[in-house]
Design a protein around this ligand. Sequence first.
Ligand code: UT7
Length: 321
Amino acid sequence: MAARSVIRSTGSYLPQRILTNDELAKQVDTSDEWITQRTGIRARHIAGDGEPTSFMATEAARRALEAANCGAADIDGVIVATTTPDRSFPSVAVQVQSALKLKPGPAFDVQAVCSGFVYALSVANSMIQTNMARRILVIGAEKMSSLIDWNDRTTCVLFGDGAGAVILERHEDDDGRGILSTHLYANGDLRDLLYTDGGTCTTGTAGHIVMHGREVFKNAVTYMAEIVEEVLDKNHIDANAIDWLVPHQANLRIITSTAEKLNLPMDRVVVTLDRHGNTSAASIPLALDHAVRCGDIQRGQMVLFEALGGGLTWAAALLRF
Ligand code: UT7
């Protein structure tokens, strides 16, 4: 059997500052009740000046290294999924590489917005399976607050900052563990449903998030239902083989709809968006790290990741943890 890639360890970082729904209700015409009922979000973390994306990514990676008892010399490469890099270039990944004193090797960013972590995981998995690397840090890190128009109630209540990381490593044992399949999609015709109205090449500023929420919501429900079906078909398994769903944390109603489609009770779905809102590419590794550290997700269990974001992009991965 060909070697697989396993998640050896996880780590995460959330900024100190917590912004609650009630605080936001003092700034824009919204309420804790509206935000909680429509999204499930209660609070989000907001990065300070000393916490750029590269810092959060590095801290999450440091915790994953500690959890794996790995040193810098054990890591062959770094892939960071982010849509909010500190600068256009260099990448966040090379900043992490330098901060952690890793040896020279591949280091680059992946930009697929909220699906970015699953895209990055898929790329890292391919590199490991083709013997380009043995152990790769895969990180999702975002400073979404840098893209927020704080006067726009339709978006400012949704997003937050943070980072999550995993160490993905080559696994030779024939014990069924590892990434079983990854599924990546985009439909650029839907790019105007969710975008920033600026960009470093066009305006010199990063711009603000613009979202046609209802349309994104409908597409998310449809595409997530389709992609989980594809995952089950490809792996010849029933939904009841899945121990944990770790979804992108954008809206509790989207998550519930996917869980219902899988007939999965909500106590097998990892939900952390109440505490940190939508952290884009960071949301799956943040949720995963939480579930691993509190002992919910155990070695050998079947775990499904799924996400949808700007582009539109959407993606899923099935793995035996
Ligand atoms: O991570 C990337 C993927 N993103 C997503 O998956 C997000 C997908 N979309 C959503 O999660 C939801 O569409 C939202 C949470 C963004 C919005 O929820 P909704 O139930 O679709 O609300 P809506 O946009 O249909 O707006 C309903 C009402 C509107 O008022 P009227 O026109 O009915 O009078 C909005 O103006 O709610 C109003 N509204 C708000 N009210 C209080 C919109 N935002 C707010 C707010 N507070 N923050």
